[in-house]
Design a protein around this ligand. Structure first.
Ligand SMILES: *Cc1c(COP(=O)(O)O)cnc(C)c1O
Length: 381
């Protein structure tokens, strides 16, 4: 099946008792047993729920995985994954990581004795140098946020496999529409389904898809034991969102390309970060491992200061000032004062996160309206 069909049909069947085409929201905590231990595949809803199962089969299908486990948030999904490691284990990750992931690693797992190295994953030699005999995992995120750096998944999974190190890709920014990390050698793929998969900014959720037996065994154990699972309503909303993933992504990518070009040509703009541009350092890798260049674009202003960025954001109307990404509506944000506000200014600038850097999550509105909206905002700064 092609991807456009998978987003409708992967792992889906009409519901057995009624023929309902969409799975009902099975709002129940427990299930009848004919005799102790004899049931229809479900015994208690922390462990399993048919609405959640429908979502898990869908995401497994989209990522080409044997199985998937869904969680109440992307952070809960990462938490469950990381719990397969033990004190003394070492994890290599990116120095350009989602803030919530960095917090989870350094403030929850580091105190429990797992160590982390945060390095530039676009530099394979640096990754090789960071490997120790205790390295158990390389945690990859690509494209990164908000600088949209591209990490070569296949190169890293190749290096990891030769040393018996596991690899996990946080595929939130790309979505399985753009890249399927398992086919590039990753052992597991993680999502904040809150973003492109859900796609409508109306539900929080997370997922891990894998064909790796030990990772799957740990996930199922965590689902049952630590229980960070989504409710059936949230599973339903996410599944509903996924049905339109392919058409949303197609429009989003087209709109983003259009906006990136508009920004590049605008006299008020200093620089644009968009992996679709040939002079982007990761363009060649992105062309290889992604189907298109995604729905995110970041840019800096000629007046590279925080005030100009704030003024700009105050004057967009369609682009809504908000955290998050991946919904049908276009969002605008300012990393230096929002997501990355806690990083000291010097460190932030050194990483390429300039004061005026503005990040757009481009929605599926009409591209000409989005451009007019940005045009108006440029007129005010
Ligand atoms: C949002 C996000 C997360 C965390 O997911 P939540 O659903 O907000 O818990 C993890 N990784 C990336 C790349 C994200 O954008």
């Amino acid at each position: 099946m092609k991807f456009n069909s998978k987003v409708i049909h992967a792992g889906q069947q009409p519901e057995a008792t009624s023929g309902a085409v969409m799975p009902p929201i099975f709002q129940t905590s427990t299930y009848v047993q004919e005799a102790p231990g004899v049931n229809q595949g479900y015994d208690y809803a922390r462990v399993g729920n048919p609405t959640r199962t429908a979502l898990e089969k869908m995401i497994a299908g989209l990522e080409g995985a044997d199985a998937c486990a869904c969680f109440g948030s992307g952070c809960a999904a990462m938490d469950a994954l990381l719990k397969m490691f033990r004190p003394g284990d070492h994890v290599i990750s990116s120095n350009d990581l989602y803030g919530g992931t960095y917090r989870l690693f350094t403030q929850v797992f580091e105190p429990f004795g797992i160590s982390f190295s945060f390095i530039d994953l676009t530099d394979i030699e640096k990754v090789e140098d960071a490997v120790t005999p205790n390295t158990k995992l390389i945690w990859i995120e690509t494209p990164t946020n908000p600088l949209l750096n591209i990490v070569d998944i296949e190169a890293l999974t190749g290096l990891a496999r030769s040393r018996e190190i596991l690899t996990v890709v946080d595929n939130t920014f790309a979505s399985p529409y753009l890249q399927q990390p398992l086919s590039l050698g990753a052992d597991a793929v993680m999502h904040s389904t809150t973003k492109y998969l859900g796609g409508h900014s109306d539900v929080i959720g997370g997922a891990v898809a894998t064909s790796h037996p030990a990772i799957l065994e740990n996930l199922l154990f965590q689902v049952k034991t630590t229980g960070g699972v989504p409710g059936p309503m949230d599973a339903y909303l996410t599944l509903r969102g996924i049905k339109t993933l392919a058409v949303r992504m197609e429009r989003t990518c087209d709109n983003t390309r259009h906006i990136a070009r508009f920004l590049r040509d605008h006299p008020g703009v200093k620089s644009v970060r968009y992996p679709g541009f040939e002079d982007h350092p990761g363009h060649e890798i992105a062309s290889r491992q992604m189907k298109d260049f995604g729905g995110m674009v970041s840019f800096t202003l000629k007046n590279d200061d925080i005030e100009s960025a704030h003024m700009f954001m105050k004057n967009t109307r369609l682009f809504t000032l908000a955290e998050s990404l991946g919904g049908v509506e276009s969002l605008i944000s300012h990393p230096a004062s929002m997501t990355h506000g806690s990083i000291p200014a010097e460190v932030r600038r050194k990483a390429g996160l300039n004061d005026s850097l503005i990040r757009l999550s481009v929605g599926i509105e009409d591209a000409s309206d989005l451009v007019s909206d940005l045009e108006r905002a440029f007129g005010t700064i």
